[in-house]
Design a protein around this ligand. Structure first.
Ligand code: ZN
Length: 464
């Protein structure tokens, strides 16, 4: 089949599914693979400049979103899987839709400037086998959906398998995460032979200050052993979970930072003082949480290495709007609804840290479908004890609502404060209807519960 026809068919299938109220990108991708088996190989010839990939446990969607925004602000045309469909079929579908738009706009297929692709850690090598990228940014490695991926080491190996396939890939790495320390080392490659170490760019924080709220974090620490000699690591500063300024008696230590920053974290935003090549620039990031400051810093590091002007980066950070479920705010009939996806202990703990002492009601929706991870035991590693003195109502939903309610009961939340119902739509409607105008609802859904919410909100939302 002709390449342009394959794009057109993919677009048709996607539109058709959307009319059926399905946001699916996996099915169109599956068909595309049939129409055009080497789709990614061909598609990459239509990207004229840098191709970026982003992987890691937490923060992929926000990091790649900020990076895409910076590239667009710099005047580039960008294809990006912005809705977070990060498995191979979803990625192929997003690229096909982007190229189809370009084809329609120009009445012939022209090159786009950049590609920004977030990829699930486990599937990185599927994408890298067919497409050569210029950069791979790795955000962090936390324990995530153990039943699907196994231990952290397995995830790391999967990422390394991907790196081995792309000989000229530059890595942009979070230096504060010791589990990424040797991810770029000792990777053999057929084309360039045995490279001892890839060219890597490191980013990280020198200091973190929490300004207008309690900074106590009880996020679980997973990797605390030296990546080389396996002794326990020492930290001169520990920012959250296992991220910080780390070292070991064997002289292994956090790599020198190419892009370093000092950050002041406020409840709804952060101020980053970023240092690169002996120049300091301040940036404001309009997202809550230290984890989002890390996401922004990763994107900034990527942009710096490709030579993008600092003013453009600042403007992009100002204009960046989070995608659905990533610290996003909606207005439902005068009630403010904030949605934060939760999917693993570290991410959930960091979200909860920002909720301490806030005046709001809370809805937690826990599903255990494939994309969520079937095992919900991670709920026991989340510091829900923070909610012990929570003053608002807590609405609990999703097919594992009973597990969640039990977890909260053990955390010291009184049963009288909870409303429990499996049905996400019913619970969401009840929660918003029982609130006064001007009141706030914070929603913490797992991934498939977030998709349910997306459908529910589609017709109700008026964006801020
Ligand atoms: Zn060591």
């Amino acid at each position: 089949m002709k390449f342009e026809k394959a794009l057109e068919y993919t677009n048709k299938i996607y539109r058709f599914l959307r009319r059926l109220n399905s946001e699916g990108t996996s099915l169109p991708g599956k068909y595309l693979r049939k129409f055009y088996p080497n789709f990614l190989k061909k598609a990459q010839t239509y990207v004229s400049s840098y191709k970026f990939s982003v992987t890691g446990t937490n923060g992929k969607t926000t990091t790649s979103g900020i990076l895409a925004q910076i590239l667009k602000e710099a005047g580039n045309s960008v294809i990006h899987n912005e809705l977070g469909a990060n498995m191979p079929n979803g990625i192929m579908c997003a690229i096909a839709l982007g190229l189809y738009q370009n084809y329609k706009k120009n009445s012939k297929l022209e090159c786009v400037d950049n590609l920004v692709i977030e990829s699930d850690e486990a599937y990185l090598s599927h994408i890298f086998r067919e497409m050569e990228f210029d950069y791979l940014l790795v955000t962090n490695l936390f324990r995530d959906q153990l039943d699907r991926y196994g231990e952290l080491d397995i995830t790391k190996k999967k990422i390394q398998e991907g790196i081995a396939l792309n000989p000229y890939l530059k890595l942009v790495l979070n230096a504060d995460d010791p589990s990424l320390y040797d991810i770029d080392k000792n990777i053999p490659n057929d084309k360039i032979g045995y490279a001892k170490r890839r060219e890597s760019i490191y980013f990280g924080f020198e200091s973190v200050e929490f300004c207008d709220f309690d900074d106590k974090s009880n996020s679980p620490s997973e990797v605390i052993y030296c990546p080389i000699c396996k002794s326990p690591l020492k930290y001169s500063k520990r920012f959250y979970s296992h991220l910080g300024i780390w070292s070991c008696d064997c002289k292994t230590k956090r790599p020198e930072l190419d892009v370093s920053a000092r950050v002041k974290v406020f409840r709804n935003y952060s101020i980053l003082d970023v240092s690169y090549k002996n120049k300091n620039i301040m940036y404001k990031v309009n997202l809550s949480g230290l984890y989002n400051a890390y996401n922004a810093l990763g994107a900034i590091a990527c942009a710096y290495t490709t030579g993008i002007d600092r003013k453009i980066i600042a403007k992009a950070l100002e204009n960046y709007r989070p995608v659905f479920g990533r610290a996003q705010n909606e207005n439902i009939d005068g009630r403010e609804v904030s949605i934060y996806l939760i999917k693993n202990p570290t991410g959930a703990c960091e979200v909860l840290r920002g909720l301490k002492n806030i005046d709001a009601n809370l809805m937690i929706a826990i599903n255990d479908k494939y994309a969520d991870g079937r095992d919900v035991s991670w709920l026991w590693d989340v510091d829900f004890e923070i909610l012990k003195d929570f003053r608002g109502k807590i609405f609990i939903s999703g097919n594992r609502c009973d597990d969640m309610a039990l977890r909260l009961k053990y955390a010291g939340v009184s049963l009288g404060n909870m409303v429990i119902d499996k049905d996400v739509k019913k619970t969401f409607d009840f929660a918003t209807q029982s609130m006064q105008r001007g009141e706030k609802l914070v929603v913490l859904p797992t991934y498939t519960a977030l998709l349910d919410l997306n459908k529910i909100l589609k017709n109700k939302v008026r964006r801020f």
